[in-house]
Ligand binder design. Structure first.
Ligand code: EAX
Length: 331
């Protein structure tokens, strides 16, 4: 065969190699997506992912599979968010706290004492504000698939029950590495200490921190209660979660595959919500049974007063539509 034809053939092969290598993903043959989170295999993040995987597999006749990676197997929430942005992690359930460090507009969801109850959180996240926040995610090389986990983060510690802000004095509390969360607990009198989730149990056991704050479901699933004495049902922050996909992964999916993912999300998030609310209840029962003292601060006014400066500080940097969303949520 004449030399130019050979070269032409070679050029063609070189040009199409990437496509050929990626052909299965690009053209819809079987794919495996990795979904990751930081909590235990028994946690609602996992049952949500299992429901999603089950539906995706069924709707794709087995050509789309998902592997679930709990317990920080693929890294802490920061690592997972960065992993999605570069395409090494396909999907993540992430706390709104850490997600806001990557998508600033989500800061509004982290403001203290924002949601009245689970229903209020669900109405806001399933409504126009939630939809607009999911859209805002796209500017960060991420795809927002939905919000879930209508529960609240409450303080837990080894020293005393929290009934007034004065009870936080000198308490070294582990917080997520989220400036708004740290500032809020500082404003209430505590000594916040940022620590990756995966290192928390040991830090509580060794008493390098006096306590932490999270949803009762998570305080239970991670067995933090084994090394703590007090739980105070002070709903400082939403413990909402956001289900995200990497834009890199999304771009490799066919329209049909994307449709299978998005149509499978609502039922999966509903399982996450159901299991979170149920495990919150179960967690409190188990913690009570294990001898932890559980109290409910009756007057939230002094706590609300203490954190007032947080709203101005964190909203001033936000675009007007986020400030409007805050006012809307507060109604
Ligand atoms: O989202 O770090 C935390 O406290 C989070 O709640 C946990 O990673 C699950």
């Amino acid at each position: 065969m004449r030399k130019p034809m050979v070269l032409y053939g070679l050029a063609l092969v070189i040009a199409f190699t990437p496509l050929l290598v990626d052909a299965p993903r690009a053209f819809g043959q079987s794919i495996t997506l990795r979904i990751a989170h930081t909590t235990a295999p028994t946690h609602p993040y996992t049952t949500m992912a299992e429901k999603l995987a089950e539906q995706v597999k069924a709707k794709s006749n087995g050509s789309m599979n998902m592997t679930i990676h709990p317990s920080s197997q693929l890294g802490g929430e920061r690592d997972l968010m960065e992993g999605m942005q570069v395409g090494t992690v396909d999907m993540v359930s992430c706390s709104l706290g850490v997600a806001a460090s990557f998508v600033p507009e989500l800061t509004v969801m982290n403001l203290p004492f924002l949601f009245k109850n689970a229903q209020h959180y669900t109405e806001v996240t399933k409504g126009p504000i939630g939809q607009r926040l999911l859209k805002a995610v796209e500017s960060k090389r991420l795809v927002g698939l939905g919000f879930y986990a209508p529960v609240f983060r409450v303080p837990q510690n080894n020293v005393r029950a929290i009934a007034t802000p004065a009870d936080f004095k000198g308490l070294r509390l582990r917080l997520m590495e989220v400036p708004l969360h740290m500032d809020t607990y500082k404003a209430m009198g505590a000594s916040p200490m940022p620590l990756p989730f995966g290192e928390l149990y040991t830090a509580l056991q060794l008493k390098t921190v006096d306590g932490n704050e999270n949803a009762p479901a998570t305080l239970y699933s991670e067995r933090f209660y084994e090394v703590q004495k007090y739980v105070s049902l002070l709903p400082v922050f939403s413990n909402g979660a956001i289900l995200l996909m990497s834009q890199v992964t999304w771009n490799k999916l066919t329209p049909a595959q994307r449709e299978i993912i998005t149509s499978s999300v609502p039922a999966a998030l509903a399982v996450g919500d159901r299991d979170y609310l149920a495990m919150d209840e179960k967690g409190l029962q188990v913690m009570k049974g294990a001898g932890l003292q559980i109290n409910t601060p009756t007057d939230l006014t002094p706590f609300r007063e203490a954190v007032k400066p947080i709203y101005a500080k964190y909203l001033e940097k936000m675009p007007d539509w986020v400030k409007d969303a805050f006012r809307e949520i507060q109604k």
